[in-house]
Design a protein around this ligand. Structure first.
Ligand SMILES: CC(=O)N[C@H]1[C@@H](OP(=O)(O)OP(=O)(O)OC[C@H]2O[C@@H](n3ccc(=O)[nH]c3=O)[C@H](O)[C@@H]2O)O[C@H](CO)[C@@H](O)[C@@H]1O
Length: 363
């Protein structure tokens, strides 16, 4: 039995792949502890899934020379030291980091103790912690091909079991009933990722009457900061957050979505066609996340700034009426998706552990 520390967190898009790998390691007979921060969604999702969360303070990288910048080196050293104590006291054998605030201290503490570690990068454009870590280990798993990191191996996105094992067709009617829909009519899923997206909310709510008149139903995951009124139409359900994403994905036949790495990976793996509207801030990773499946013909890409209710009507309404096109897009999306990312990532991490941080080629 190996005892792992999985480090990372932030939004659901970061926590879910960590949980998928944790579940897989446990199925394979290992033990898992998680390292995160109080502020990230891991503080709710990790204990809910039955794992112990060890906490370190969140130390943002200073972008301006101010007081926080002066305190930064000391704060980072403190986080590394605390992580090192967790590693020693809990008898950790190996570390897997998923980027984010908790990952960099985990990489540095592991290195200091001579413990091998592996990395998973969710996004097509890597974040800072993983760019640092990837220079120090050979076990670097990435979701998308061509992710610019040293030692990158494409493993795909680790998907939670209930999504990776999902067979949509036989579950569809039951999933629709469970979510309060008519089982015989198609469902459009609108999702702004774990946080929601105002522009998507406005565009979807503004077309509620047209979409339902076209015979479709809508599951609109609007996020906690939604400003739109529920249109209150039969067949239109607006939720802040859906805890049964597996059922939402089984119920739907098309998605209008942000292009967070987990959402793109889930939709592609399950062969759901999509219209992606990448979030334009951050380091611009969402556009890159969607690029592969868009190029494969499994999804369309729309500019955030131009995604008005009128644009939604022009792009989405014709798709709802074109079942042949949706079927072709679904097939193309499936071809671009990866279902066994969790297994592939645990295999890579084990190879890294066996090789002391070096991964033999072909592992
Ligand atoms: C604004 C921001 O920081 N976005 C980043 C964040 O997005 P975000 O956290 O939104 O990430 P993703 O779209 O990747 O994942 C959302 C996850 O939440 C789940 N879900 C979503 C809505 C819901 O109601 N219920 C539910 O369970 C989805 O199934 C998915 O697993 O992390 C992603 C993964 O690193 C990045 O690509 C995004 O750029």
């Amino acid at each position: 039995m190996t005892r792992w520390l999985l480090a990372g967190g932030g939004t659901a898009g970061h926590v879910n792949p960590l949980l998928a790998v944790a579940d897989r390691l446990v199925v394979e007979g290992d033990e898992v502890l998680v390292l995160g921060t109080e502020e990230g969604l891991e503080s709710r999702l990790v204990p809910e899934r039955g794992y112990e969360l060890l906490v370190i303070p969140r130390v943002p990288f200073p972008r301006r020379p101010n007081g926080a910048a002066l305190r930064f080196p000391r704060a980072v050293l403190g986080s590394i030291a605390l992580t090192g104590r967790y590693l020693a006291e809990r008898g950790i054998d190996g570390v897997i980091g998923f980027g984010g605030y908790a990952a960099a201290p985990a990489y540095l503490a592991a290195r200091r103790l001579g413990l091998p570690f592996a990395i998973h990068e969710q996004n097509a454009k890597p974040g800072m912690a993983n760019r640092l870590g990837a220079r120090m280990t050979g076990a670097v798993g990435v979701t998308f091909p061509d992710t610019p990191l040293p030692h990158a191996t494409r493993v795909g996105m680790p998907l939670r079991r209930e999504i990776a094992d999902l067979d949509r067709a036989p579950l569809q009617a039951e999933a629709r009933r469970f979510l309060g829909f008519d089982p015989d009519r198609p469902v459009l899923l609108v999702t702004g990722g774990s946080l929601g997206a105002r522009r998507l909310n406005r565009a979807a709510a503004g077309n509620a009457a047209a979409v339902t008149a076209a015979g479709w139903q809508v599951l609109h995951l609007a996020g906690g900061r939604n400003e739109e009124q529920d249109p209150g139409l039969a067949g239109y359900r607006m939720l802040e957050y859906c805890d049964r994403m597996d059922l939402a994905l089984a119920a739907a036949e098309l998605a209008v979505s942000r292009a967070g790495a987990s959402t793109v990976s889930e939709l592609s793996a399950l062969g759901l066609p999509a219209v992606y509207v990448p979030y334009a801030v951050g380091n611009g990773e969402q556009r890159f996340n969607a690029a592969g499946v868009v190029a494969a013909g499994g999804a369309l890409l729309e500019e955030d700034a131009a995604f008005t209710p009128e644009r939604f009507a022009a792009v989405v309404l014709p798709l709802l009426a074109d079942r042949a096109r949706l079927a072709a897009m679904a097939a193309a999306a499936t071809g671009d998706g990866v279902r066994d990312g969790a297994e592939r990532m645990t295999r890579l991490a084990r190879a890294g552990l066996a090789g002391g941080g070096r991964v033999p080629s072909g592992a």
